[in-house]
Design a protein around this ligand. Structure first.
Ligand SMILES: Cc1ncc(C[n+]2csc(CCOP(=O)(O)OP(=O)(O)O)c2C)c(N)n1
Length: 263
């Protein structure tokens, strides 16, 4: 979603240098920064959707979350509030089977994540998350519902986390190679590529151009992360409220004084 909105891979990579906004021009591009505390953004999404509703804007807010995030209290509050207010919001749950080392069957006892939508009074749709066109179709339908004033939709996209959670994770400690192989055969990218090849859209020439562009973007992002300036630690306090409170201003002064002593 970020790429489609014109956020560059370099901006996204800035997140890993600790910039508070992940380098995003989120107001201009209508993208919120990545929320590190799992599921807090679901409530922000409902707030944004309710604001759009009150302003009479024709926009839809989409919250992307994981299967693990559905167990957080924030997600419950967000889904309930969105359904009650008929907020123009879509909850897109990327069920990739694992929340770090916790399998999805340990996350909930409901028949599915999508089934939980009924309890909130909104439609729940399960989709093959490795089928690009199916995902597009259900998202378009959910967005149309939201725009028509019919409220939120919960989409559960069934997919798989092919790699480790992070570079410090070793998935071989908790899942089998057979499971990974099985999912590799259903890989979303190769399936869509096959579709595009058969449609005559994905040709050798397109492949070469895409590979060259991808290599360039990745190199740019790496350089930007490695050579980018250190973020200002004082910024940590600046955007908690529209105007910094006296207590936060005092904490900011204290932190900067301590850091200056260490320098
Ligand atoms: C509130 C909170 N608890 C714990 C963490 C640590 N943590 C980071 S990612 C993650 C698992 C998330 O799993 P899921 O929601 O399924 O998303 P995925 O990473 O698989 O896309 C956890 C527990 C966190 N960031 N925030």
């Amino acid at each position: 979603a970020f790429l489609v909105r014109g956020i560059t891979p370099t901006q996204m990579a800035a997140m890993w240098r600790g910039t508070w906004h992940g380098g995003l021009e989120f107001t201009e591009k209508c993208c919120a920064p990545i929320a590190i505390p799992i599921a807090t953004h679901t409530l922000h999404a409902v707030g944004a959707a309710m604001a759009a509703q009150r302003l009479g804007e024709d926009s839809v807010t989409v919250a992307f979350l994981g299967d693990g995030a559905t167990s957080e209290g924030d997600t419950h509050e967000a889904m309930n509030l969105a359904a009650v207010t008929k907020a123009p919001c879509v909850f897109y749950v990327q069920n990739n089977q694992w929340a770090i080392s916790v399998p999805v069957h340990r996350q909930h006892a409901a028949p599915s994540i999508a089934a939980r939508a009924a309890g909130y009074g909104m439609p729940g749709i399960m989709v093959d998350g490795n089928d690009v066109l199916a995902c597009h179709a259900v998202m378009a339908e959910a967005a149309a519902r939201a725009r028509a004033g019919e409220g939120p939709t919960l989409i559960e996209a069934i997919t798989y986390r092919m790699g480790p959670h992070t570079t410090s994770d070793d998935p071989s400690r908790y899942r089998s190679a057979e499971e990974v192989e099985e999912w590799a055969a259903r890989d979303a990218i190769s399936r869509y590529r096959t579709y595009l090849e058969r449609a005559g859209v994905w040709t050798e020439r397109v492949e070469q151009r895409a590979a060259a562009r991808s290599a360039r973007l990745r190199a740019e992002a790496r350089t930007a992360v490695i050579e980018g300036p250190d973020p200002d630690p004082g910024e940590l306090f600046d955007h908690v409220y529209a105007e910094i409170t006296p207590a936060l201003a005092a904490q900011k002064r204290q932190l900067l004084t301590e850091l200056a002593k260490e320098a």
